[in-house]
Design a binder for this molecule. Structure first.
Ligand SMILES: Cc1ncc(COP(=O)(O)O)c(C=O)c1O
Length: 395
């Protein structure tokens, strides 16, 4: 028998086990909701991005069923060949109106939107100025573009300025930041970065994956939240988190979108959404527009839960959003915190290096509009017990 050429992978996995950061996938039985069954245990679920509880909303389920009956289960092609259905165009028009931009292109995921867009609009002659904590899909898009990547320390606008000052004025440059950082829950330095982009003639891009449906009027995102309309050239949003289904989109000028129709590789080379997904997203936009009180509920829950964690004495970092990290330090300690919470009936995923810095391993909590006060209080009580047991808090 020939030696296994992939045996080095087992060595890597053993190393993860030794560090205490090897993870099993938790299996969800039934629906993704505020209390769900994972690995056969009913737990208060603080690990989903289902901010508004829309994954199971009856109107969205109905829209998906109706579209499936009417149009079938698949689009059958990539968008540029035979896979652009009328419903795809309808969603793009609806999103453009919602975001107050000229046009929108929808991708299969937020990851595809970021990676496909950054790699399409930049070339090896260009420079990307990127926050160090930007999402992996931005980093991968930047690498695919072969542009020079200049990373500035998290939210350090002065450092971004120093990078820009050293570049030729006529250099093509993109400044890019997450709107909400997915591991820390803090907001990108959007207003200051927009000012920099204007001063230095840069393209300005924001990834609003965790801000879509959460920040701004009716959940329009951080551009709306900060009053930056017209000052961000490329806005990415996701349909996979607060919107409850799947997908990502880019919002901007007609020229940008037309260019992406021609050059964004996930758009050209990967099959478009099934009609059920697209119809679900349209129904979710109806909810954002007609029932904004659902977003208020999310924020009420967020304030309640964050205050509870702080009162218990946890280090919750600098979060400004429904994402609240509980920072433990060492990777193995964060995993213990996560595992013991799970045993107590609370699912908060542990995150360690390389997802976050080595000494900032954590469990990440995300509350949703669908959580009841009782569920959140149950979770806080469990955090208190486990945190004291592990020496993370005293009181
Ligand atoms: C900041 C950020 N951008 C983009 C994405 C990708 O979005 P999607 O899950 O729709 O691919 C994520 C998802 O984890 C994210 O956290």
């Amino acid at each position: 028998m020939r030696p296994d050429p992939l045996s080095f992978l087992a060595t890597e996995l053993d190393s993860l086990r030794t560090q205490g950061v090897y993870r099993h996938l938790r299996i969800l039985d039934g629906r993704q909701q505020a209390t769900s069954t994972f690995d056969g245990k009913s737990v208060v679920n603080l690990s989903s991005n289902n901010y508004l509880g829309l994954t199971t909303h009856p109107k969205l389920v109905e829209a998906a069923l109706k579209a499936t009956k009417e149009f079938g289960v698949g689009s059958g092609s990539v968008r540029t060949i035979a896979g652009t259905m009328a419903i795809h165009m309808e969603l793009e028009r609806r999103l453009a109106a919602f975001k107050h931009v000229e046009a929108v292109v929808v991708f299969q995921s937020g990851f595809a939107a970021n990676a496909g867009t950054v790699s399409a609009i930049l070339t090896k002659d260009d420079v990307i100025i990127s926050d160090e904590l930007n999402h992996a899909s931005i980093i991968d898009g930047a690498r695919l573009s072969r542009a020079t990547i200049k990373v500035f320390p998290h939210k350090n606008v002065a450092a971004a300025r120093t990078i820009l000052e050293a570049l030729p004025r006529d250099q093509r440059k993109l400044i890019i930041t997450d709107g909400v950082f997915s591991m820390d829950g803090d907001l990108g330095a959007l207003p200051d970065l927009c000012a920099l982009a204007e001063q230095f003639g840069c393209i300005m891009m924001v990834d609003d994956a965790h801000a879509s449906g959460v920040f701004g009027k009716n959940g329009r995102g951080t551009v709306d939240h900060f009053g930056m309309h017209g000052r961000v050239d490329v806005q990415v949003g996701t349909l996979s988190k607060a919107i409850g289904a799947l997908g990502g989109y880019v919002a901007g000028s007609k020229t940008l979108i037309d260019f992406l129709y021609h050059r964004a590789r996930p758009f050209l080379f990967s099959t478009s959404h099934p009609p059920s997904v697209t119809a679900t997203c349209i129904a979710a936009l109806d909810i954002l527009e007609q029932e904004p009180q659902i977003i208020e509920r999310l924020w009420d829950n967020t304030r309640f839960f964050k205050a509870g964690l702080v009162k218990l004495g946890f280090n919750t970092g600098l979060s400004e959003s429904p994402i609240t990290p509980v920072i433990a330090g060492e990777g193995s300690l964060a995993m213990k915190l996560s595992d013991q919470l799970f045993a107590e009936g609370v699912f908060a995923q542990g995150l360690a290096f390389p997802t976050v810095a080595r000494d900032k391993a954590r469990v990440r909590t995300i509350v949703t509009a669908a959580h009841t006060r009782e569920e959140l209080q149950f979770a806080l009580d469990a955090f208190g017990r486990v945190g004291r047991r592990l020496g993370l808090i005293k009181n």
